[in-house]
Ligand binder design. Structure first.
Ligand SMILES: C[S@@+](CC[C@H](N)C(=O)[O-])C[C@H]1O[C@@H](n2cnc3c(N)ncnc32)[C@H](O)[C@@H]1O
Length: 220
């Protein structure tokens, strides 16, 4: 079985779980997954999407981003390599099967691409990771933004420095990062679910394609 086919069949199986367990922690409690969901959606809400944006949800899973943001942008479409995930996401709009190579949209189709917990799985393979960035860059309009919610660790391939240099190698510049876990005061749920707080630390990154964006407006 190819890498892609085995990835897809893994996610096909996960798609049978409940909507959050399928895409977050399959063994975690419903409370834990609800907290993670809440924090991630809050982070994306603060990422500055606008009502005039055409958005792609890359690796849409069960469609929770499409459900949450469908009404607040001009359009949102999802793609995923798992047929079962696409079936689930189709409840919330236009979700399509992706062959893992060519995103099924023409160049310059989107103002923003959102991706949650997808690229982090490919950080061990520079070739696959850069191939993905290349496709994302193609479908983004000039000035388009890549909004990522990903795990960030202190060291290794998921460290912020490593993310930064690999995104840069793929033609993107990180413009902004926010720690999704806020330390407790911003999110009511964090107080209520103190127990799971320590297990959670993701970062939202907003990146622009480097060769299309005026250098003066980029900051790292
Ligand atoms: C952890 S889940 C996250 C799903 C969704 N982004 C969310 O946060 O609810 C990872 C998803 O990425 C999809 N996926 C894995 N490899 C992919 C690839 N190369 N391109 C697009 N989607 C991929 C999986 O099928 C799965 O639905």
């Amino acid at each position: 079985m190819s890498d892609l086919a085995s990835d897809a069949s893994h996610w096909d199986e996960r798609a049978g779980l409940d909507e959050l367990a399928a895409v977050l922690d399959p063994e975690g409690s419903a409370e834990k997954n609800a907290l993670i969901h809440h924090l991630q959606m809050e982070a994306i809400r603060n990422a500055g999407l606008s009502r005039t944006d055409d958005v792609l949800d890359y690796g849409c899973g069960t469609g929770r981003v499409m459900r949450e943001f469908g009404a607040s942008v001009r359009s949102i479409r999802g793609i995923d390599i798992s047929e079962r995930m696409v079936e689930q996401a189709s409840r919330y709009g236009d979700a399509r099967l992706y062959d893992g190579h060519t995103i099924p949209f023409v160049a310059d189709s989107f103002d923003a691409v959102i991706s949650v917990y997808v690229l982090q799985m490919y950080r061990e393979s520079t070739r696959r990771f850069l191939g993905m960035l290349h496709e994302l860059e193609r479908v983004l309009r000039p000035d388009g933004r890549l909004v990522l919610v990903e795990r960030v660790e202190r060291t290794g391939v998921l460290s912020l420095d490593a993310w930064r240099s690999e995104l840069r190698a793929g033609g993107f510049e990180i413009k902004r990062t926010d720690t999704v876990r806020s330390g407790g005061s911003r999110f009511a749920l964090v107080h209520r679910l103190r127990r799971v707080r320590a297990a959670y630390a993701d970062v939202l990154m907003v990146a622009y394609a480097t060769d299309r964006h005026p250098p003066g407006r980029m900051s790292v």
